[in-house]
Write a protein that binds this ligand. Structure first.
Ligand SMILES: Cc1cc2nc3c(=O)[nH]c(=O)nc-3n(C[C@H](O)[C@H](O)[C@H](O)COP(=O)(O)OP(=O)(O)OC[C@H]3O[C@@H](n4cnc5c(N)ncnc54)[C@H](O)[C@@H]3O)c2cc1C
Length: 432
């Protein structure tokens, strides 16, 4: 995205990518005739937000988004709509009555803290909730939601992040009602954060950006890992194992925590200290299953969450949005889950598959394709005390972009925020 906006702002761009393919975690590829994404994706803030702003201004080809649909909890063979109001939560009988009352009490108390003192909510979700005597079941649910909304467990996720629905509502808005509805609007697609899935798979977003780059304004070099960046005078030298390139401006889109190692110029301690507060999100394991036919248990548009036993998962039947993602009359679904410390990929895959078979009885008879991916969803997760650095670095002409730069929203929308902010700085500094 950075390459596109800079070329459209009349800069020639050299893009160096360490792997043999462009797109990072925003890719879709073929496995036995099924088009799998790099993890299940729902894109947030599609009515009004940074991605839409960038698409309107810079994209010549705009990806088409299907409405994401609903978020569900799978419980005892049924799909229950996610409870997105306090009333719905009160009737959500996946939990005991005591749990429901205690959760509602916790939410109301949080809203009171919110009106008095925003900082009161920068404690972990677990720390905040432990006095409410919730059951193990309720905590498993909260831990699952925390992970999917922040990239970290309930012991590391700040309360405010959950109250903003993990960035599906506007974290910077102050209205109490908005915050409360955000809690359980968490995922519910019932507010200004319209969510969607791109027809053609997640790669449609990266492909549209690349196809919109004006002719001859970009040179892409694959399998070129940047190992050194150094500024001397007004010029930067960017080095890979076998080549050096010079430029008056650099946008660094790799992990920002590695910048102090790659950059030869000294960064102020205050800046490097800030980078040290960032934590990578844990490794996600996505298991894609290709099914030989569409099954009624997966006949919905949206995502489902499972948290009851074994490993929690978050799943999306992507071929329900676009039947071309699976061979004719077949179905494709991705199950995302987190690998726990000490687990190997193989062990976790086994546990996940066992969980899926329990959650969706009979699915095993339909499986014709299994594909495992291990990825890191965001380069930094939202944790207590994390200080995102913003796109401008202390070195004039060096910017950073990506999911570890701006804390707002999640994934692609978060990366888009970083690009929008970067453009603002460049314009202010009259670089553009
Ligand atoms: C399982 C999963 C689920 C997700 N779900 C969602 C979702 O529901 N909604 C959503 O919006 N987003 C989601 N995301 C996140 C989304 O895919 C990313 O936010 C998006 O791809 C942008 O990521 P990024 O900016 O962190 O960069 P990345 O995708 O990590 O790209 C960084 C690029 O830099 C390259 N690179 C790194 N180091 C170097 C180096 N030294 N030299 C040269 N190149 C280098 C990498 O190879 C990579 O291509 C999900 C991701 C995963 C994996």
């Amino acid at each position: 995205m950075s390459a596109l906006v800079l070329t459209k702002e009349r800069k020639n761009v050299l893009l160096l990518e360490k792997t043999n393919v462009i797109g990072g975690n925003c890719r879709t590829y073929n496995v036995d005739g099924f088009q799998v994404d790099t993890g299940p994706h729902a894109i947030t803030w599609l009515i009004k937000g940074p991605l839409v702003d960038l698409m309107d201004k810079y994209f010549d080809i705009i990806p088409k988004f299907a409405d994401h649909g609903n978020y569900y909890v799978r419980d005892k063979g049924k799909l229950l709509k996610f409870p997105y109001t306090l009333q719905a939560l009160a009737q959500f009988n996946v939990f005991t009555k005591t749990d429901r009352l205690n959760m509602a009490r916790a939410l109301i108390d949080a809203s009171k803290i919110q009106t008095k003192d925003n900082n009161g909510l920068d404690i972990s979700v677990y720390e905040y909730l432990k006095k409410y005597e919730l059951s193990k079941n309720a905590f498993m649910f909260i831990d699952t939601i925390s992970y999917f909304l922040s990239g970290s467990s309930m012991k590391e996720t700040p309360v405010w992040r959950i109250l903003s629905g993990g960035g599906t509502t506007n974290e910077l808005s102050s209205g109490l009602k908005k915050k409360i509805s955000g809690v359980v609007g968490i995922l519910a697609n019932k507010h200004e954060s319209h969510q969607g899935y791109p027809i053609g798979g997640i790669k449609s977003i990266a492909n549209a950006a690349i196809a919109s780059i004006p002719d001859k304004m970009v040179e892409i070099k694959l399998e070129k890992e940047v190992t050194v960046i150094e500024k001397k005078g007004k010029m930067f030298t960017v080095s890979t194992a076998d080549e050096n390139y010079t430029s008056e401006m650099v946008v660094y889109c790799a992990e920002v925590v590695n910048l102090p190692t790659i950059l030869k110029n000294k960064l102020p301690v205050a800046y490097t200290d800030k980078l040290l507060t960032l934590k990578k999100s844990v490794h996600a394991l996505t298991l894609w299953l290709g099914l030989k036919q569409r099954i009624k248990e997966l006949d919905y548009l949206g995502s489902e969450v499972w948290f009851a036993k074994e490993t929690p998962y978050w799943a999306m039947p992507t071929s329900n949005y676009d039947s071309n993602l699976a061979p004719k009359d077949m179905q494709l679904i991705g199950f995302g889950s987190r690998i726990l410390e000490g687990e190997t990929v193989e062990e976790h895959k086994k546990i996940l598959l066992r969980t899926i078979k329990k959650a969706i009885p009979g699915i095993e008879k339909e499986i014709v394709m299994e594909h495992v991916q291990v990825t890191i969803p965001d380069k930094a997760s939202i944790t207590i005390g994390a200080k995102f650095p913003g796109p401008k670095t202390p070195i004039q002409g060096l910017y950073v972009a990506g999911t570890d730069v701006d804390p707002r929203s999640m994934g692609i929308t978060r990366a888009a925020y970083s690009v929008v902010e970067m453009l603002k700085h460049m314009k202010k500094e009259k670089i553009l």
